[in-house]
Design a protein around this ligand. Sequence first.
Ligand code: HEM
Length: 182
Amino acid sequence: MSSFDLFKYALVLLLPAAYLATRYLRSTTPPASSTSSTVEEKPVKSIMQAPRDDLAPPKMIPLTLAQLKEFDGSDPSKPIYVSIKGTVFDVSAKADVYGSGKSYNIFAGKDGSKGLGMSSLKEADAVPDYSELNDADRKVLDDWHGFFSKRYNVVGRVIDLPAVVKQEREASSENPTPAANL
Ligand code: HEM
């Protein structure tokens, strides 16, 4: 095979991959650093689901991490919950991505804040303690919190987060930053 043929095959393989990656990255451009509800989001063509305007008022059901596990999509008769920084979202409407065996089931039935901040789909990273994240990853995490807040009903709050995360939450509610979005 000539090097020109190799070049052609590389192009055929790389171009679609580059196209998909660009679309995905563009579509996940942080939507929510500005939390001002008076600022309209620009209508960006996205492969991500659009924000909703029919969300229910947040509920504040207290849940332990052990209770949260029941809502990991393994029992189709129960809703599916994802917690981010202790805020519990009902993601049942997206069972096609969070349900058992689906791509983002790793975040279901738990608080996987650290993994979301790191953009990691590793099981070991999907844990609540995000205290080791650097500033950039914390911003990614806050943007995910903003993303979920605009698309999923809040049903509760995790009450037994690791101590270190609890402290951070308390500190940020004493001194709230716009990006925290909590
Ligand atoms: C090349 C790598 C990736 C591709 C092509 C990709 C693709 C996608 C697509 C197509 C969606 C929209 C799904 C839907 O609404 O049905 C999506 C959503 C999402 N992705 Fe990824 N993804 C990638 C990597 C990641 C990684 C590393 C993470 C880890 C944090 C991640 C987390 C998410 C989350 C949380 C959603 C939101 C689903 C929702 O609730 O609407 N993705 N991704």
